[in-house]
Design a protein around this ligand. Structure first.
Ligand code: NAD
Ligand code: UDP
Length: 312
């Protein structure tokens, strides 16, 4: 018997495809909605023969009508290169996508989870980042279409909850990596692994002393499932990330070591507004969701290296 009918927007993307896998495995019916801007059919092709999986080409900036029990709203490009390619569209996707999905959730009384981001903290002046920190975002900078779009989406979620009693869940996702990242995605983990496997130069932007905390995708999916299943009163926002923080230079050296590559490290200019540090405080997720990441960097990188080695 089918447990729930679940809509996943952005389901053909990196994170969305893993979430679809997990939801189907747990006996749910899944509707995957995507416009294939950064996602690809390849990520979900293995699900096409599953009668409980349905794929719909649709853009979340346009209204969408369906009957489901739960909505996971992931549609939005996540890599800086892709979200800056058409900044206006990125903002429309976050804001109009949120309005359309919240309107749907309100009408059909579905629970709805928003994939927000650590980028709402901008270039943070509080370290590590706690959910009560309001952030430090340049509203007119290169990254603002994404950061402010996601901040506006959080505002919309909170107000649909207050005004219309929509059952909302907001998670703030920190840098996540794993199999099915696009090889030309542009984010640091996929860039370094692809460069190392091809024997190309490893491109560190800036001095490499900036930090990030990398989470393996399976840990994120577990956090998403637990958040959706949490008590109604717990709306978030809640940080979902791995608190182990590393410099980008360390990541480059580790990828070279794990791949046994002969690649050299080269320096490139640091993009503007690139955050200098990022690390989640996950006390709230531990308390409310009894969740914490299980897969550490070495293990997750090895799985991701295996994946890229199989496709390039
Ligand atoms: P991704 O780019 O691989 O996936 C995004 C998916 O959304 C793609 O399949 C894309 O085609 C689809 N999409 C984009 N615009 C759309 C639109 N207008 N209509 C319909 N579909 C659209 O990125 P990801 O890493 O899988 O990220 C998924 C979500 O998680 C995003 O909302 C992202 O902001 C959030 N997030 C991810 C990370 C991370 O490190 N991966 C960190 C923070 C937040
Ligand atoms: N970065 C890098 N080389 C690359 C890609 C990214 O040094 O080839 C740096 C980037 O400047 C940033 C960090 O790695 O400091 C993480 O970048 P990513 O785009 O993965 O995520 P975000 O900046 O959004 O956290």
């Amino acid at each position: 018997m089918i447990k729930k009918k679940v809509l996943v927007t952005g389901g053909a993307g990196f994170v969305g495809s893993h979430l679809c896998d997990r939801l189907l495995k747990e006996g749910n019916e899944v509707v995957c909605l995507d416009n294939y801007f950064t996602g690809q059919k390849q990520n979900i092709v293995h699900l096409m023969n599953n009668p409980y999986f349905e794929l719909i080409r649709h853009d979340v900036t346009m209204p969408f009508f369906i009957e489901v029990d739960e909505i996971f709203n992931l549609a939005c490009p996540a890599s800086p290169i892709h979200y800056q390619y058409n900044a206006i569209k990125t903002m429309k996707t976050s804001v109009m996508g949120a309005i359309n999905m919240l309107g749907l959730a309100k009408r059909i009384k579905a629970r709805i989870l928003q994939a927000s981001t650590s980028e709402v903290y901008g270039d943070p002046q509080v370290h590590p980042q706690v959910e009560t920190y309001w952030g430090h975002v340049n509203p007119i900078g290169e990254r603002s279409c994404y950061d402010e779009g996601k901040r506006s989406a959080e505002t919309l979620f909170v107000n649909y909850h207050k005004q219309n009693n929509v059952k909302i869940k907001i998670i703030r996702i920190f840098n996540t990596y794993g199999p099915r990242m696009h090889p030309h995605d542009g984010r640091v983990v996929s860039n370094f692994i692809v460069q190392a496997l091809k024997g190309e130069d490893i491109t560190i932007y800036g001095d490499g002393e900036q930090t990030r905390s990398f989470q393996y995708v399976d840990d994120l999916v577990e956090g998403m499932i637990r958040m959706m299943a949490s008590r109604d009163e717990f709306t978030g926002p809640v940080n979902i990330g791995n608190p182990n923080e590393f410099t980008i230079k360390y990541l480059a050296e580790l990828v070279i070591k794990l791949t046994g590559s002969k690649s050299k490290i080269v320096r490139m200019p640091l993009p503007s507004d690139d955050p200098t540090q990022r690390q989640p405080n996950i006390d709230l997720a531990k308390k409310e969701l009894e969740w914490e990441p299980k897969i550490q960097l070495n293990e997750g990188l090895l799985k991701t290296i295996d994946y890229f080695a199989s496709i390039i």
